[in-house]
Design a protein around this ligand. Sequence first.
Ligand code: ZN
Length: 345
Amino acid sequence: MRAVVFLFLSALLSSACMASPPQDAPPHHTADGFRNDPPIEQNTLADFLRWQWNRLWKGIPALESYDFALAENDPAALRANREKTTLTWIGHATVLLQVDGKNILTDPHFSQRAAPVQWAGPKRALPPGLSLEELPHIDLVVISHNHYDALDAGSIERLAARPGGRQTLFVVPLGLKSWFADRGIQNVVELDWWQEARTDVLSVTAVPVQHWSKRSLFSKNETLWAGFSIRSAGFNFLFAGDSGYAPHHFREIGARLGPFDLAAIPIGAYAPRWFMAKHHVNPEEALRIHRDVRARRSVAIHWGTFILTDEPLDEPPMRLRQARENLGLPARAFEVLQHGETIFL
Ligand code: ZN
């Protein structure tokens, strides 16, 4: 909680000093860093205090009141796999995608807390569905933005320190390369929205989403936020990152890069709506994203792992199921996996 308070208070004190962008820069580049396109109104300190006050007054269920269980999986088979396309939900926004013999991680988080320090801040409801040691060699990591639940220093440092870790390619939004360089990690490609990076097998495109960034007291929106399309010869995947519902972005993603064989879409961290809606979708909006981007199949991420907001940690899947049934979609169209569950595609 202290870390969250610290982050939000500091948001209001930050004053970025950055050079003016060139005149032909895209609208999301500004003299004060990056912004959403179109711009969205920022929450104020008064908004933040009102949220915190309501939260204290009303109370939210404790982490101990949930009994999530890890699914059984087969780490040895995943390590040996070169042929099958699989996805394993490790927890929160972390998935292991295996496609065309390549192993890809999204927003890797294997630490105990989503916070600047490991002695305070939101704690894990249960261990990662695969431990970092159980992972196969990782070829590619994509990072959606610099918030502590998406960019975890401990996990990145441990990934880079594994045997072969120096060969892992990190694809990140603009402004984050220096964070990796500070840790001695050089195999990093920074992308602006719609820019593409290619490996021998994969094509990775950063796509716009509606969010923000902040990591320290005096920084705000100095680094960009993004989702990623990851395409191989036979498979098209979308990692939607962390976003409010921005139909113009998602329809454009669908039109330019869809349809997707599979999309990983956030469903949690949405309450209270008056404070969170700009930056986090709810399950009903997640379903709209599934349609907007033209996903044949989707899996839920960004829920059930850290208490970041006010809805019960186990509420998002129930709301997603209801919304899916209202639309007459089969369960398989937008699936909620258990932590650690592997699906074969
Ligand atoms: Zn975030």
